[in-house]
Every structure is written in C-alpha cells, then in structure tokens.
Design a protein around this ligand. Structure first.
Ligand SMILES: Nc1ncnc2c1ncn2[C@@H]1O[C@H](COP(=O)(O)OP(=O)(O)O)[C@@H](O)[C@H]1O
Ligand SMILES: [Mg+2]
Length: 313
C-alpha cells in the first residue's frame, strides 16, 4: 500500500508510488540519519535513498544538517532553488539556560510547510546546517528542534548529518531510529565511524532488583548500521572491517550495504546532476536503490522485535 499524508500534513505534495518499483510495506515513516567523515558519500547516498523511498510511496522530508551542504545537488535541486530551503535567522532566539531555541509560537509543522522546497520525486527538502551569513553563530542549534519535533509518523525523514563525529548523537540525531555510519575505505573514514559506533553503544540496562522487576530502562539510543562505500575490491572491505577493530562482523553491527566505487556516479555529481537522473543504472545507484528496500525491511523487523520485547516485560 502507499502512504498518504494526513490532513495535517497535506501541506506537502505527495509523489505517487511509481509502477514497477514496488511500494513500501510500512505505513509508518522511516527516520534515518547518515553520519561519517566528510567525503565518505553521505549526501550522495542520502539523496538517492530519499528519492527512492519517495518513488516507493513514502512521503519524504530530506534534511541537510551539514554545515558544508551537499544534499541539494545530489537530490537534483538547482542551487538557486536549494537556497530557498534555508530557514531565516529570526525564527530562533537565545534563551538563558537553554541556549538557542525556536522562538515561542514558531510551530515546526508550519515551518516545514513554509520553507521545505519541492525536490524531484516529491521529496521535500530543508536546509538546516548552513544558514544565511547574517545568522549568529550557534543559532543553527535551534533548528535541531525542527527535526526533533517533526513527529508526524506518516513522514519519512532522511537526515544528512555534519561530518563531525559527535553531532549525530548530541541533539541532531535524536530524531533518528536508525543511524547509518557511512565510510569509504580510507583509514580516517573508518576510524571516524568507529568513534561514532562507540558513542552509539546502548546504555547499560538499569539493574533489576526484586522490588522493581520491570524497571529495565529501554535504551533510547537509535539502531546503528554500517555502509561501506566506494569499494574497489573485496580486499578493501576486509581491510575496513579489520581497521574498525571490533572483531569479525563489525562488532555486531549490521553491515547494511557494500557499495562499489562508481565512476559514473562520481562523474554525474561533478556535473551537478542527481545520480538517479543522470545514471540510474550505474552500479552504486542501483545498489543504493536496493538498500532503500532493505532498510524498509530491516527497520520493520527491528520495530517488531522491539515491540515483542516490550510486550514481554
Ligand atoms: N560509490 C561512489 N563511487 C564514486 N564516487 C562516490 C561514491 N559515493 C560518493 N562519491 C563521490 O564522493 C564525493 C563525496 O561524496 P559526498 O556524498 O559529497 O560525501 P559526504 O556527504 O559524506 O561529504 C562526491 O564527489 C561523490 O560524488
Ligand atoms: Mg555531504
């Protein structure tokens, strides 16, 4: 079945699921963040994922949280249109104790309605990481509330996070139920996702005592999966796994995709075309489309498991 926006979100035009591609089994949106070192491929993958999910019937909001924005291009938005997705500075204010927050009365749903730009395949795009020059430093932090508070379950959110290693787990990533750690084969990129994986370790469960048998705190941490990108050989993948250093199998984290190095994708992006438009049959582009289907399945299964665990308590 396809997903239809509810009346509250009819703001956002909806692309029909395209015949032949199949459609999404879920009725609830997917909330995914991509993190990893700069250059690893987050924006290219996020954009292709976002558009594939939209073609499969999801209502997708793509969020660029990187201070070096790249998502708009990879989605296929021309620069002048992409800049429309920037939020004006006067929506945020600095409040003692709390720091930068959205001003009183600024509703996140309205804000998405007003500022998200239409990208190909019906994806809506919002730029949160880079704001116009007049914006006071630090104020971008306020816009993480956009992600945290946009809770409409009919929507899938794809967040392209900043390269910095801490950001995904401190504020910005709170919206995500799944964080994809994206790495290319370089040692720096692998070490970067290794640090991120450590930050994402689930909190140890609260001690059970006989007085409080069911007080185990459910972990609020998101699920984490690995994407190995720009692979030129199987040996490179093995090397990455070794560098990651948590033993075989990426320390228990699922390896959700291995994407080949793809000169066609790189070339399309150099020319500022969305890979999905310019080279839809290029190997990495096909593999990312397959990843979108796998993610629907993976997240569906994880939700089911979580539900069963909750019921067991
Ligand atoms: N699988 C791939 N094969 C070849 N080039 C890729 C691949 N994935 C990404 N790239 C290229 O690598 C560069 C960095 O990708 P990008 O998505 O901008 O990374 P990030 O957003 O993580 O900084 C871009 O030029 C992009 O076109
Ligand atoms: Mg990027």
């Amino acid at each position: 079945m396809t997903m239809q926006p509810t009346a509250s979100t009819s703001l956002i035009s909806h692309s029909m699921a395209q015949p032949g591609l199949g459609s999404a089994p879920q009725t609830r949106g997917l909330r995914i963040a991509l993190a990893g070192k700069g250059g690893a491929g987050k924006s290219a993958i996020a954009a292709t994922l976002a558009r594939t999910l939209a073609r499969r019937g999801h209502s997708v909001l793509a969020l660029d949280v990187d201070t070096l924005p790249g998502l708009a291009f990879s989605l296929g938005l021309p620069l002048d249109e992409a800049s429309l997705g920037e939020l004006p500075a006067d929506l945020a204010e600095r409040v003692p104790e709390r720091g930068w927050v959205l001003k009183d009365g600024v509703e996140v749903v309205d804000l998405v309605k007003k500022y998200a730009v239409a990208a190909p395949d019906g994806v809506r795009f919002l730029q949160l990481g880079k704001l116009p020059d007049k914006v006071k430093p630090g104020s971008t932090v306020a816009f993480r509330y956009v992600m945290e508070e946009f809770r409409d379950e009919n929507w899938s959110l794809i967040g392209d996070m900043a390269a910095g290693t801490r950001q995904p787990f401190f504020g910005w990533g709170d919206f995500a139920e799944l964080i994809l750690l994206v790495s290319e084969p370089s040692a720096k990129a692998v070490l970067s996702i290794r640090r991120l994986a450590k930050l994402a370790q689930p909190l140890p469960p609260a001690k059970k005592s006989k007085d409080t048998p069911s007080e185990e705190t459910p972990s609020a941490r998101p699920m984490v999966g690995i994407i190995a990108n720009k692979l030129r050989s199987a040996a490179e993948l093995a090397q990455m796994e070794q560098l990651f250093g948590a033993g075989p199998g990426w320390g228990g984290l699922p390896l959700l995709a291995t994407l080949p190095y793809d000169e066609e994708l790189a070339e399309a992006e150099r020319e500022k075309y969305a890979p999905l438009d310019a080279v839809p049959f290029a190997p990495a582009v096909v593999a990312i489309q397959e990843l979108a289907v796998r993610l629907e399945q993976f997240i569906g299964e994880q939700r089911q498991q979580q539900q069963q665990q909750q019921q067991a308590h």
